[in-house]
Design a protein. Structure first.
Length: 213
């Protein structure tokens, strides 16, 4: 198969659609079947706050990527010229990212959630992919979308990737880490001092002051 711009756009759209169905739809269904709950906890924080913006930017990232890929497939939105090799690399990254999301979600078991309920206590998962990075699901999502950007580099897909990276940073730093520290205390502090935030060794919290970013 020759990876032309047109072929790349179609393949990227199919991968993206399958990724959304599996990582959100199928995962939510499976979680509900196991626990009786969808796992969805909604936006955090009041409108305009950093946690709220994290949720809004996450939704914006998904929407921008969807629109960008659809418009590129129809030829409505121009794409930047990139070598075919870059598109192949992008496809490999997108597939790897989506697989990584599914594996990390499965590794969370019944602790998997979309969003945070401060009143809820879930088991702290530190094994599997979570022994390598504290937020492997978010890391894999960014890798997947970055791969799609390599396949279909448009102003909308690039903007979507930027929104996703910012959203992930906000969600982890101002929502999830404070929640996990408040819920699990020294257990999470010790884990966070050993394991990087998104990649191995980077973003570890200081054991003497776990709230230091």
């Amino acid at each position: 198969m020759t990876m032309t711009g047109e072929v790349s756009a179609v393949v990227a759209l199919v991968l993206y659609a399958l990724g959304l169905v599996v990582t959100f739809g199928v995962r939510t269904w499976a979680h509900h079947r196991t626990t009786g709950s969808s796992g969805f906890r909604g936006l955090s924080g009041r409108p305009g706050s950093a946690p709220w913006w994290g949720g809004v930017l996450f939704a914006a990232a998904l929407l921008l990527a969807t629109i960008g890929l659809v418009l590129a497939t129809t030829g409505t939105l121009p794409t930047a010229a990139v070598p075919a090799a870059a598109r192949w690399v992008g496809m490999a990254a997108a597939i790897s990212g989506f697989v990584g999301v599914v594996l990390a979600q499965s590794g969370m078991g019944t602790s998997w959630r979309i969003g945070v309920d401060p009143a809820e206590r879930t088991t702290l998962v530190t094994s599997g992919a979570f022994a390598i990075a504290r937020n492997p699901i978010f890391t894999a999502m960014c890798v997947a979308l970055a791969g799609l950007v390599f396949m279909v580099p448009t102003v909308l897909t690039v903007t979507g990737l930027v929104c996703l990276v910012v959203a992930v940073q906000l969600q982890v730093r101002v929502v999830e880490e404070p929640y996990l520290l408040a819920t699990h205390g020294e257990k999470y502090a010790g884990y966070a001092a050993r394991v990087g935030r998104f990649v191995p060794g980077v973003g570890r919290l200081r054991a003497t002051n776990p709230m230091v970013r």
